[in-house]
Design a protein around this ligand. Structure first.
Ligand code: IVH
Length: 676
């Protein structure tokens, strides 16, 4: 057979370099320089040449990332240098003791430098490169023996098949964590759910389950990625003498290292880094369960040595767990503001994500069925950041014999009205309207809330009491609450009553947008309320509007228009509005403006970080008044990001997508420019 022409070999090498280069831009930096189509063309050409000349296929060719025939089993791999675990602490004192032990060992109080980085919640692996070529990947296993997962590792775009750059060691064993991004996980699960396939409980399980697949074509389709954080066997003389410099070297070789890593001097500064990262934990697109603090100088590491299975030069500072197990004691069905009936789990209280939790949401009956959960079960609950705790799975082998099935109510558990089943019977809604005490209570809570009428001191506990005592039957009653009857309530002193009455009085001067939002019209959130207010300028015009006119407002579709009309067609809603106006509630009127012609209409803004001159919600309101949409996350469609100090992942995403970013002073001049 003829030998392949030299030009073809050169073209192939160039293609491989180009593809890997674009892989890194796309997967690591989220900043592609070519279109998907152009990328596909390069890839197709590569496959074409390799098909014609199979002898030219090399193990570092990007074509090898797509997966291949399933293996029949896993081969065991022995780690010549064991993969260690870490000692753990959960408080500052214990960190101080860690540093004291180091000082004692060196008989010196000289400041120690630490390399700190997030502790990734994924799967620990070892990658072996021989003369720069990836020849083996293995799981940590028990630290001494793991499993060969080379076939799956090759499919991970972030893992170089061949190291880049120069001065590459003959042997380099890199260690790190394979994980799944939160966004990739969510997308993958959504697709699986749609296809009626099994969904994973969390990104860690998904990563672990994927890496242990025999069929690498499965891994090739899943959004796995990696951070490298240490090394095992390395030919001598190639690595620098501090970890921070090692990570720079890794980066030069194309190995993914965590951009959040930081070198800190002294344990106090390392602890400050832990707290900072804890505060930003939910902004990261991957799950972390703490910080790993490692002595930066390799010679100091060597002198400190190790205990049985853990190094004396490293420590894991663990964050509060976001997932724990507890017992499901009962399920109650709660009625919300619009009548939706939601199952709520009553739990044996547990400490999770930094707080004690005794309730969790179960969403709907479908979710209960999907989880297969029963009362009495041991369940895993998750609470990340400010997110409402939820049950993620059931530990079925701990189910007691007397576990009880969860039975949905036949009538409204609060007012006994009929239940309407919507969206394929998954959702239940009480048909009682404001006759239902629960709906009344919730609508009053919403009315008084910060984003609505902002009545400070009128919180849900007090509202429950007032509804119970029949002092409040509708939102309008708030304005006829009397000092003496308030004083007679539990835990209401003179001062709190006076403050409350002042807050109620204050709330009468309100923007039309807030009042509209406060009324709790279905599907009318803050942004829609703002659009209505800008377009019509006064309440009566909205009450009198036709569905057609409502539909002419951007962002208002048929369903929303229908709900708005239906709301104002109900006499009892009009009665409440009259009563509010009579009591002195006075929404500010403005000249109607065509929302399409506002200076920022059609633009989407994201506000992130802290602003000195105003809160984020005020900034949002001001932008909306100028016609802008305000979104919670950055995408290629974002027109502009307002970033104050402390801006985290949203800012970096904007930068990588090339979205315009302005600081507070630029933001203020933008507002000023349009201030009429
Ligand atoms: S360093 C000897 N750094 O934590 C030092 N480990 O409990 C080796 N882990 O099995 C570990 N993120 O899987 C290190 N940034 C990080 C880490 C990390 C996660 C895992 C690793 C290890 C476990 C130890």
């Amino acid at each position: 057979m003829a030998a392949p022409p030299d030009e073809l070999k050169t073209e192939l090498t160039e293609l491989r370099h180009k593809i890997e280069h674009h892989n890194i831009l796309y997967y690591r930096h989220d900043a592609p320089e070519i279109t998907d189509q152009e990328y596909d063309q390069l890839f197709d050409r590569l496959l074409e040449i390799e098909k014609a000349w199979p002898e030219l296929i090399t193990p570092d060719s990007p074509s090898q990332r797509v997966g291949s025939e399933p293996l029949s089993g896993f081969t065991q791999v022995t780690h010549e240098i064991p993969m260690l675990s870490l000692d753990k602490v959960t408080d500052e004192d214990a960190l101080q003791r860690f540093e004291k032990r180091i000082h004692k060992r060196f008989d010196s109080d000289k400041a120690i430098e630490y390399s700190c980085e997030p502790k990734i919640d994924g799967v620990a692996v070892s990658l072996l490169y021989e003369n720069g070529l990836l020849i083996r990947a293995a799981t940590r296993g028990d630290g001494t023996t793991g499993e060969d997962i080379t076939h799956n590792a090759r499919t991970i775009n972030d893992i170089p098949l061949r190291l880049a750059g120069r001065h590459i060691p003959d042997i380099l064993e890199v260690r790190g964590e394979i994980y799944m991004t939160k966004s990739g996980f969510a997308q993958m699960n959504a697709q699986a759910e749609e296809a009626g396939e099994k969904v994973f409980v969390n990104p860690r399980n998904a990563a672990a389950g994927t890496i242990r697949q025999l069929d690498s074509r499965v891994a090739a389709k899943r959004p796995l990625t990696m951070f490298c954080y240490s090394y095992g066997l390395v030919s001598p003389g190639y690595l620098p003498d501090t970890l921070s410099a090692v990570f720079e070297r890794f980066d030069d070789w194309g190995l993914p290292v965590n951009p959040q890593r930081k070198t800190c001097t002294g344990i106090e500064s390392s602890y400050a880094y832990c707290l900072d990262l804890l505060a930003r934990r939910n902004d990261l697109d991957y799950e972390i369960d703490g910080v790993v603090i490692k002595v930066n100088h390799v010679d100091l590491q060597n002198r400190l040595g190790m205990n049985a299975r853990t190094p004396r030069w490293a420590m894991a500072y663990k964050f509060p767990a976001e997932e724990v197990s507890t017992i499901l004691k009962d399920v109650e069905f709660q009625v919300g503001r619009t009548g939706t009936i939601t199952p709520v789990a009553r739990l044996e209280p547990v400490f999770v994500g930094g707080v004690t939790v005794s309730n969790a949401t179960l969403h709907n009956m479908d979710e209960i069925q999907r989880l297969g959960v029963k009362i009495g079960d041991t369940v895993i609950i998750r609470r990340a950041g400010d997110v409402i705790p939820k049950i993620v799975s059931v530990i079925e082998n701990r189910r007691p014999d007397n576990a009880k099935s969860i039975v949905p109510p036949k009538t409204c558990p609060v007012c006994d009205s009929e239940i309407e089943h919507i969206e394929n019977e998954v959702l239940m809604r009480c048909t009682g309207g404001l006759f239902c005490r629960a709906q009344r209570t919730q609508s009053i809570i919403h009315f008084a809330s910060r984003a609505a009428m902002d009545i400070d001191g009128l919180g849900s506990k007090l509202i429950f009491q007032l509804v119970e005592k029949q002092m409040l039957t509708s939102v309008a009653d708030i304005y006829s609450l009397e000092r003496d009857s308030l004083l007679a309530l539990e835990r209401m002193g003179e001062k709190s009553v006076d403050n409350l009455l002042a807050a109620i009085e204050n709330s009468k001067q309100v923007s039309l947008a807030r009042l509209l939002f406060a009324l709790g019209i279905r599907e009318v959130g803050e942004a829609t309320a703002q659009s209505l207010s800008t377009h019509f300028g006064n309440l009566q015009a909205i009450i009198d509007s036709s569905e057609e006119e409502l539909l002419s407002i951007p962002d208002i579709g048929t369903i929303v228009a229908h709900h708005i009309r239906a709301f104002f067609d109900e006499t009892h809603n009009l009665d409440v509005i009259s009563a509010l106006l009579k009591a002195g509630v006075c929404p500010a009127e403005t000249t109607p403006v065509n929302t399409d012609e506002l200076p920022l209409s059609g633009q989407t803004f994201v506000v992130t970080g802290t602003l000195d001159s105003m809160g984020r919600s005020e900034a949002k309101e001001k932008l909306q008044k100028l016609g802008a949409k305000v979104a919670g996350s950055v995408s290629a469609k974002t027109s502009c990001v307002v970033a104050g100090p402390g801006a985290g992942s949203k800012l970096s995403k904007a930068e990588s997508l090339g979205v315009k970013v302005i600081d507070e002073s630029e933001f203020l001049s933008l507002l000023e420019q349009h201030d009429k």
